[in-house]
Design a protein around this ligand. Structure first.
Ligand SMILES: Nc1ncnc2c1ncn2[C@@H]1O[C@H](COP(=O)(O)OP(=O)(O)OP(=O)(O)O)[C@@H](O)[C@H]1O
Length: 342
């Protein structure tokens, strides 16, 4: 059984008191998040990502459908049982949400106090958590004396205090610079690998997904439009919105403006060849051109690496006898996904 299971989940926000329309924030989501994985959710602003995670830790109540976390059906659970269920779910936020009037130590102490953990035990646990996130020397500091990355590390320590099995991260690196983002992502990977905690990560940045997620779901207008292992989704995105996200990181086919500029410099026929690990190698493709006396030049694209596996989209300009070019394109199609660029 998956750690998190959503079935037919809808969330409709009623019109505000000032009028307006009701908003369908989540529109029929089925989702399984397996124990031990890092699951990324991407989508543009307003797609419903935050609402989805707020439903998982019952900060919002689903209008329809069921949500099961760690074997407990949280939809319809009374508030006192929800409080217990929430101890098993940690959460971190874009703006860190630390108590500014409490020290680092007392921020991390807070969930333990709420859970009624005795003082001595609390002290040992906080020391352990601060050591894990590398902030032992900052225990007596206040949040405004810390950098963004340090604040998020406090957020992570606090979220882990009650030893949850699930950590929800809502745009947890969006307020950080690229280098600090990598540090926080490395810490989240340790949380997953060393502590075995399942992580659900919401982001609009594909780089975050590429760096640490195992699987990814793409949301649009309250629905999941595509999901799968990160390599599969990045190397062969199916939905136009997924393609747009992937293109922020990976060159696919050149857009119209780029194509016009390329055509001014290259006279040949353009084809884009998509190389996948499972498909034919580059050498098989290139030797086909060489064998038929076709001059080829790489004009656009590149090779990407995700979790140790490579893929790429290369646009080539081909010049040679037209019949030979046709035959070469047909032969290459047997090894790789090839498309003529019009
Ligand atoms: N409390 C609320 N009351 C009314 N509408 C809401 C509420 N919370 C969210 N919504 C609406 O639900 C839709 C989904 O919002 P949500 O915040 O989940 O999207 P998101 O993908 O997380 O976007 P962002 O990245 O901007 O946070 C939006 O149309 C939003 O305006």
């Amino acid at each position: 059984m998956a750690l998190v299971e959503l079935r037919g989940v809808r969330k409709v926000f009623p019109p505000s008191k000032r009028g307006g329309e009701s908003v369908v924030a989540i529109d029929g989501v089925d989702l399984d998040i397996e124990k031990g994985e890092i699951f990324g959710i991407v989508g543009y602003s307003g797609a419903g990502k935050s609402t989805l995670v707020r439903l998982v830790n019952a900060l919002e109540v689903a209008t329809e459908g069921t949500i099961v976390v760690g074997g407990t059906t949280i939809t319809g659970l009374p508030e006192k049982d929800l409080r217990r269920a929430r101890l098993d779910i940690g959460m971190i936020f874009q703006q860190f949400n630390l108590f500014s009037s409490r020290t680092v130590y007392h921020n991390v102490a807070y969930p333990l106090q709420v859970a009624g953990v005795p003082k001595a035990e609390r002290h040992a646990r906080i020391a352990e958590l601060l050591s894990f996130v590398g902030l032992v020397d900052k225990a007596g500091h206040y949040p405004d004396q810390l950098s963004g990355g340090q604040k998020q590390r406090v957020g992570i320590a606090r979220a882990l205090a009650t030893s949850p099995s699930l950590l929800l991260a809502d745009e947890s690196t969006s307020a950080l610079d690229p280098e600090t983002t990598q540090e926080v992502l490395a810490l989240l990977r340790r949380v997953n690998e060393e502590l075995g905690i399942t992580i659900v990560l919401i982001t609009h940045e594909m780089e975050v997904i590429r760096t640490i997620a195992h699987r990814v779901a793409v949301m649009e207008a309250g629905r999941i439009i595509e999901q799968g292992p990160v390599y599969e989704v990045f190397s062969a995105p199916q939905h136009p919105a997924t393609r747009r996200f992937v293109s922020t990181l990976v060159d696919g086919t050149p857009d119209e403006r780029t194509l016009a500029a390329l055509r001014e410099r290259h006279a040949g026929r353009f084809v884009t060849v998509a190389f996948r690990e499972t498909g034919g190698g580059q050498s098989a493709v290139f030797s086909e051109f060489v064998r038929r006396g076709i001059a080829f030049e790489l004009v656009y694209g590149g090779i990407e690496e995700i979790q140790g596996r490579t893929f790429g989209n290369l646009t080539l300009s081909l010049e040679g006898d037209p019949a030979e070019v046709d035959a070469a394109i047909a032969a290459v199609a047997a090894h790789a996904d090839v498309q003529e660029v019009q």
